[in-house]
Ligand binder design. Sequence first.
Ligand code: ATP
Ligand code: TYD
Length: 239
Amino acid sequence: MEKRQELYAGKAKSVYTTDAPDLLVLEFRDDTSAFDGKRKEALARKGMVNNVFNAFIMERLEDAGIPTHFEKRLSNTESLVKKMQMIPVECVVRNIAAGGLVKRLGVEEGATLTPSTFELFLKDDDRGDPMINESLAETFGWATPEQLARMKELTFKVNHVLKQLFAGGDLLLVDYKLEFGLYDGKVILGDEFSPDGCRLWDAHTREKLDKDRFRQGLGGVIEAYEEVGRRIGVTFPEV
Ligand code: ATP
Ligand code: TYD
């Protein structure tokens, strides 16, 4: 497999074509951004940590029967994935109130959400990723009702698998965002699952061990990502 030209450089990853028309290389960079790209910093080792973390999670999800774009890890910072037609709708599940929900609704941070909530956001940086719903997604052609139903089903399956996996490391999966796309006409999970796109708290102290450390300037961002990984059985290469 040969890496060819850069197709797209996002805020944290770069996407490359390969000699296989249906495969892409995702390169995880050290670049970190928050607040719609207004705050940016390169954090040493982040590309490697997120790539290795994501590969571990995608393999666990595949083992649990969740279809993903993940093929294999190619290097410390690169993974081979199926080329999907991305659906521009982000799916967010929350098990515990935090972040945007607390700001929007004024509920108490840390409250357990029963049942867990499901929200949709439009993937559109220029518009600040606004919250949308199924009706708007259908009307504006962002996703069909059938695709949305499958995305919701898979997002909750992921919750079932990952809540247990993180609980084994004494961690609470507070919330997370997933992206899906179409491959061979089917909805499959894409992009990444890493502490950049979810919230993880220590189950006892509720210490934040995710990207909120970057958003809130708490320091020790990558050390926290590595700690989370180690607790669930990820082995990071020496660099
Ligand atoms: P955001 O941070 O809001 O996700 P971004 O575009 O800046 O946006 P990056 O993670 O830096 O995000 O870039 C990776 C890009 O690759 C994203 O646009 C993502 O939707 C896209 N992508 C992920 N997996 C695939 C795939 N299998 N096929 C095609 N595109 C993909
Ligand atoms: P949310 O609390 O709505 O947003 P914020 O990042 O402003 O606090 O996010 C819920 C979870 O989903 C959180 O773990 C971050 C993740 N997420 C992303 O990574 N990217 C996104 O575009 C969105 C909407 C959420």
